[in-house]
Design a protein around this ligand. Structure first.
Ligand code: ZN
Length: 59
């Protein structure tokens, strides 16, 4: 099971936790940032694939 380590107190919280059980810091914001980062990485990977295909495709 995935654990979320609190950036404030380093407590290991359940991945389902919305706030740190130790200090009460909100962890939802970090999840949103992570998902945004995943989307950005997906877009970049897609662009690289398109550029690679256009470069390698015979003209
Ligand atoms: Zn904490």
């Amino acid at each position: 099971m995935t654990l979320i380590i609190c950036p404030q107190c380093s407590h290991e919280n359940s991945a389902l936790a919305e706030v740190c059980l130790e200090c009460g810091l909100e962890l939802v914001e970090d999840k949103m940032k992570f998902s945004e980062m995943a989307v950005i990485l997906l877009v970049i990977a897609t662009l690289i694939m398109i550029i690679y295909y256009m470069t390698m495709a015979p003209h």
